[in-house]
Design a protein around this ligand. Structure first.
Ligand SMILES: Nc1ncnc2c1ncn2[C@@H]1O[C@H](COP(=O)(O)OP(=O)(O)O)[C@@H](O)[C@H]1O
Ligand SMILES: [Mg+2]
Length: 331
């Protein structure tokens, strides 16, 4: 592939959260490889706690991965100084988070204009462009609103306008419609599709929402910090086994999704009676079966780690109070 067409590439990326707690360190990413071409839209899907947010932060240079390399627009981020990195990020990539992350002391217009101000654009032209974007997002008459006076959907539209104002070539979005009602979600998606189709903006979107994943050319399935499979445009979020293409990476590593591992009868050793180009057959060495159930069980956390909200019996994946995604913990 022509390297100039790759907007984002990560090689063998690991991330470990160091912790002094009893559970010890958390390995959130385990040797990921990703390559996104200019103008491509890719979704990342996977259960809570699988590493999606960590992946996005490492890819966008908000957090340094523990090891591995990330290059943005063909430039290796690890070798850059702080200032160079900030500049590259400003010129190439924008983030959209689930909670809009607006500056509480600025009104909608100045929040949107802020990235341009950071690039040294004068207030007049920066505000003019901000107003144009707010109008595009049907927020023109709300420009004076302070974040606390705006609804969740309105705040998210302001955050999206802010993300678009620098004309990014790549948008990294972490559950961008997670806090929106279905109608606003739909509007946001239509805008994304338009940017993707008409302005060749590339997207990497973390989502639980099937409509979001559908507008992407492919979806990567993340489990426990590894990409296990890729799906095309047409798939069922509730049953990923239908359209799954397993991924074997450059190191030869393959991770079986849990449902496939169960189907196979659990971990163990396998003979390889047939391995040809493009095809592999495995046969269990019968006396080597290891029961899957011996693996530690993970359950949804009972309390939100961010705001201490008590989930009690609910199966919510997102905290109703602060919007954080609900982690899995060991039972
Ligand atoms: N700041 C942190 N400190 C320690 N562990 C973290 C931190 N952030 C995330 N984790 C852990 O890393 C793993 C991946 O988290 P995350 O990337 O937020 O997953 P997702 O976005 O898919 O829900 C989880 O086990 C989570 O508990
Ligand atoms: Mg997350």
């Amino acid at each position: 592939m022509d390297e100039s067409l790759v907007i984002l590439e990560a090689k063998n990326m690991y991330h470990i959260y160091e912790s002094l707690s009893l559970e010890g360190n958390v390995v959130a990413l385990r040797g990921l490889n990703v390559r996104i071409k200019e103008g491509e839209a890719v979704a990342v899907i996977g259960p809570s706690g699988s590493g999606k947010s960590t992946l996005l932060k490492c890819l966008g240079g908000l957090m340094k991965p523990s090891s591995g390399s990330v290059s943005l627009g063909g430039r290796e981020m690890i070798r850059m100084t702080g200032n160079e990195l900030v500049k590259l990020r400003q010129e190439t990539v924008s983030f959209i988070f689930q909670d809009s992350n607006l500056l509480p002391d600025l009104n909608a217009l100045d929040n949107v204009a802020q990235p341009l101000r950071h690039q040294g654009v004068m207030p007049g032209p920066a505000r003019a462009k901000a107003m144009e974007l707010l109008e595009k997002l049907a927020m023109g008459d709300r420009w004076m609103g302070m974040p606390e006076q705006l609804s969740g959907g309105e705040q998210q539209r302001v955050a999206i306008a802010r993300a678009l104002i620098t004309n990014p070539k790549l948008i990294l979005a972490d559950e961008p419609t997670g806090a929106l009602d279905p109608i606003t979600s739909r509007e946001v998606l239509e805008l994304f599709e338009k940017l993707h189709e008409e302005e060749n903006v590339a997207f990497l979107l973390v989502t639980h929402n099937r409509d979001v994943a559908y507008f992407c050319e492919r979806s990567l399935e993340l489990r426990d910090g590894r990409f296990v499979a890729q799906h095309g445009t047409d798939f069922d979020m509730a049953d990923l086994s239908e359209t799954r293409e397993l991924i074997i990476d450059e190191t030869g590593t393959i991770t079986l999704p849990p449902d496939l591992l169960l189907k196979l009868g659990g971990p163990g050793r396998f003979d390889v009676p047939d391995a040809d180009r493009d095809s592999l057959k495995l046969e269990r060495v019968e006396d080597e079966r290891i029961e899957v159930s011996s693996k530690t069980k993970r359950v949804l956390a009972p309390i939100c780690p961010a705001c201490n909200h008590d989930y009690s019996d609910s199966t919510d994946q997102l905290c109703p109070e602060c919007g954080s995604s609900r982690p899995m913990i060991q039972a």
